[in-house]
Write a protein that binds this ligand. Structure first.
Ligand code: SF4
Ligand code: SF4
Length: 437
């Protein structure tokens, strides 16, 4: 192991993150102030995105109470109140932990009791951490999901942070499968944003619980995906999302908790995502902004992985916010994103236990079945509350009873069919790749 000169602390070797991602070179710790939302908050991504992010009020009332930054009144957005509450103190009399394995089971049970669908523990590594730079005041103040309102490193290097707080707890929620089928619609947004809000509440409660046990619970320190890969939440797909064994790509990866509570870490998993992504490409085919790569993995900041173009993915939002807030296409179309039923479990079990050299044959068969029964492109129509994903935007709230949409007086029935209205179509949206904001 190499020794960091200024601290004398040994830098651990690169961690194993499973088959989907490999650390192959030096990793520069990412400055959180340079991640997409803070950059946008400072106006560095152009006027359209800046105005969408800071000055747009959603016309959808559910979005206004569940999605960050598009509320009419911030006080109606509960997550803002919760995440910006003052930090609690750590109990001065820490609980003794004679058996870290028992404590790990306990913490996972508590997180599940609070509502988490997935809970894992990662062994912290310096490469997982954000750079030890203080948060930019303007960005942290606006993005209510950014938990880093203070300098959590407090002068420590990333190596010192890992030595002091050796574990990272990942606790998260899954999005509702049925509503997600109406992605690129306020219905899909509701699945995404409400479960995102729940994950924030759970993590905040878990943070408090760990402090009541007498241990530190730091947020805004670790990259969630790195901790998720190391602890076996899932594998990284071509779509840039962690793909879970049970929920597929429909899980959030919120800001995890770094702690000095003695725990036992989980290990990376092999669910067959690595083998599937080499052949599948459904997310790339369906991405309306061409942000998902068709080609091979690349090395980015010392990490070999599929690299999506986050900027072109991000850029589409200001142009679509009258119809929806979050695209979610690449998560919805993924063959791993299926209902949690027996045939799904059987399929993933078969894939993950199949010898690796034989997997391409199995993947081709499974992909053909997926295309046959679920389609290459999702077109499902979903009716929920007063929404109907089959109605063209502008008539989005139309229902036969209690209709609130503006349209001709004679319009009293829904359009026929089970196909959702999807806008924009991929072939019409190459401009989002080229447009210079
Ligand atoms: S534009 Fe949509 S499909 Fe493409 S990467 Fe972004 S979220 Fe995924
Ligand atoms: S849609 Fe296919 S290629 Fe994309 S992440 Fe899922 S399995 Fe991989």
């Amino acid at each position: 192991m190499a020794v960091t000169p200024d601290t004398g602390i040994e830098t651990p070797p690169p961690p194993y993150l499973g088959r989907s991602v490999r650390i192959v070179g030096p990793v520069d710790n990412v400055d959180m102030n340079q991640t997409p939302h803070p950059r946008n908050s400072r106006g560095e991504l152009g006027k359209a995105l800046f105005n969408w992010y800071r000055n747009t009020i959603s016309r959808d009332p559910l979005t206004r109470v569940s999605a960050p930054n598009h509320f009419a009144d911030k006080r109606n957005f509960l997550a803002a109140v919760v995440n910006q509450a003052p930090k609690g103190k750590i109990n001065a009399k820490p609980a003794t932990v004679p058996d870290p394995a028992a404590m790990t089971r306990h913490i996972k049970a508590v997180a599940r009791h609070m509502g988490a669908d997935v809970v894992t523990v990662a062994r912290a590594h310096p490469s997982f951490l954000y750079a030890a730079t203080p948060p930019a005041k303007d960005s942290a103040a606006r993005d209510v999901y950014q938990n880093r309102s203070e300098d959590v490193h407090q002068g420590r290097t990333v190596e010192q942070m890992v030595e002091r707080y050796p574990y990272i707890i990942v606790a998260t929620t899954a999005w509702d499968y049925e509503k997600l089928q109406a992605h690129r619609h306020f219905i899909g947004d509701a699945a995404y944003h409400v479960s995102q809000m729940k994950a924030q509440f759970i993590l905040k409660a878990l943070e408090g619980y760990i402090k009541e046990l007498g241990y530190a619970a730091l947020r805004g320190v670790s990259n969630p995906q790195a901790a998720g890969l190391a602890s076996g939440v899932g594998e990284l797909g071509r779509n840039g999302l962690l793909i879970h064994r049970k929920f597929g790509a429909r899980i959030h990866m919120p800001d995890p908790i770094m702690t000095d509570l003695p725990l036992v870490s989980d290990q990376p998993v092999d669910n067959g995502v690595e083998d599937f992504c080499k052949i599948c490409r459904k997310c790339a085919i369906n991405c309306p902004t061409n942000s998902v790569p068709f080609g091979d993995k690349v090395v980015w900041n010392g990490v070999e992985k599929y690299k999506i173009n986050w900027l072109t993915c991000y850029k589409i939002r200001p142009y679509m916010d009258t119809n929806w807030g979050s695209c979610l296409t690449c998560a919805t179309v993924c063959p791993f994103t299926k209902p949690d039923v027996w045939w799904r479990s059987l399929t993933v079990w078969a894939l993950s236990t199949c010898p690796i050299p034989a997997r391409p044959v199995l993947v081709r068969a499974l992909k053909a079945i997926d295309d046959r029964f679920w389609g290459v492109t999702r077109q499902t129509r979903v009716r929920w509350l007063g929404y109907d994903s089959g109605i063209k935007p502008g008539e989005h709230a139309c229902t036969v009873a209690g209709c609130t949409a503006t349209h001709d007086a004679g319009h009293t029935t829904h359009p026929a069919g089970d196909v959702g209205y999807y806008a924009p179509l991929k072939e019409n949206t190459n401009r989002f790749v080229k447009r210079d904001v």
